[in-house]
Ligand binder design. Structure first.
Ligand code: COA
Length: 254
């Protein structure tokens, strides 16, 4: 299993631990992360959840091979279970990002509550370059944080985002040296140990309430398009090109 979970001092840590594949996430790993969040909820001693990778990688996003061979089937697929567990988490979720955060690696941050990143972090949402479309409400949330025109650069042109730009786009709270990010994120997560948990939960619910119903509709809409596009020849060309280490050729598509 490439997900490690451990609860230390009130913080349920979920580590994406598959560095040999740049922490690319398989269906089994999504399920393990969903289970980790559910367990953190059921454990009264847990006050916050922390998601992290290692010093040089957060995640390369969906495992492309697993994605091609086992495309997510409906809203019950492990990736949806994970994103639902994250999106509906009543307890605060902190993320510590080092290195690349590709695709869902960036999308998931928009559903976390506090995001700390290293100065070596590099975010990207290359869904269009992969013949796919935006996911889990990123069509709205990127524009909501950074403005529509910036969102077009990041979602339509799939421009990568440096740590500094991520801070300007308001998708991270603070940039730190790579060796300090995890410790800092842990300390921030531990601060919830000193706060009344019901107040934290209720304030988080109220803060998200106004856009929750809108994002729920967008997520369903995006999931339908994403699922259909995953089976199209454009995505096949993009995924094959990645494994053949070449630039995809979309010239034959209209
Ligand atoms: N799915 C499956 N395997 C992946 C992967 C992914 N998303 N990302 C990386 N890997 C694998 C590579 O195939 C390679 O495996 P190998 O050693 O067996 O050949 C290994 O991880 C190392 O990847 P590599 O590309 O050599 O590392 P890098 O440091 O040069 O680049 C990234 C790192 C993350 C920038 C690059 O791997 C990348 O762009 N990955 C794809 C990201 C992506 O498109 N994600 C899907 C979003 S929906």
């Amino acid at each position: 299993m490439s997900i490690r979970t451990e609860t230390i001092n009130g913080v349920a840590r979920i580590e994406i631990a598959r560095p040999e594949k740049k922490n690319a996430i398989t269906a089994a790993m999504y399920q393990a992360m969903a289970d980790g969040i559910a367990a953190a909820h059921d454990d009264g001693s847990v006050r916050a959840i922390l998601i992290h990778g290692q010093k040089d990688i957060f995640t390369a996003g969906n495992d492309l091979e697993d994605f091609m061979n086992n495309p997510p089937a409906g809203m019950d697929a492990p990736v949806f279970r994970f994103m639902q567990a994250l999106g509906y988490s009543e307890k605060p979720v902190v993320a510590a990002v080092n290195g690349a955060a590709v695709g869902i690696g960036t999308t998931m941050l928009m559903h976390c509550d506090l995001v700390y990143c290293a100065d070596n972090a590099m975010f990207s949402m290359p869904f269009v370059s992969l013949g796919l479309c935006s996911e889990f409400a990123s069509s709205l949330l990127v524009a909501m944080n950074a403005g529509y025109h910036k969102a077009v650069e990041k979602l339509l042109l799939a421009d990568p985002i440096s740590a500094e730009e991520a801070s300007e786009m308001k998708i991270v709270n603070r940039i730190l040296p790579p060796s300090e990010v995890l410790d800092y994120a842990v300390r921030q997560a531990e601060r919830f140990n000193k706060l009344p948990p019901a107040s934290v939960r209720e304030t988080k619910r109220l803060m998200k309430a106004s856009w929750k119903s809108i994002t729920e509709k967008i997520i369903v809409d995006e999931a339908k398009s994403f699922g259909a596009m995953l089976l199209k020849p454009e995505a096949k060309e993009a995924f094959t090109a990645f494994y053949e280490r070449r630039t995809p050729d979309f010239s034959r598509f209209s």
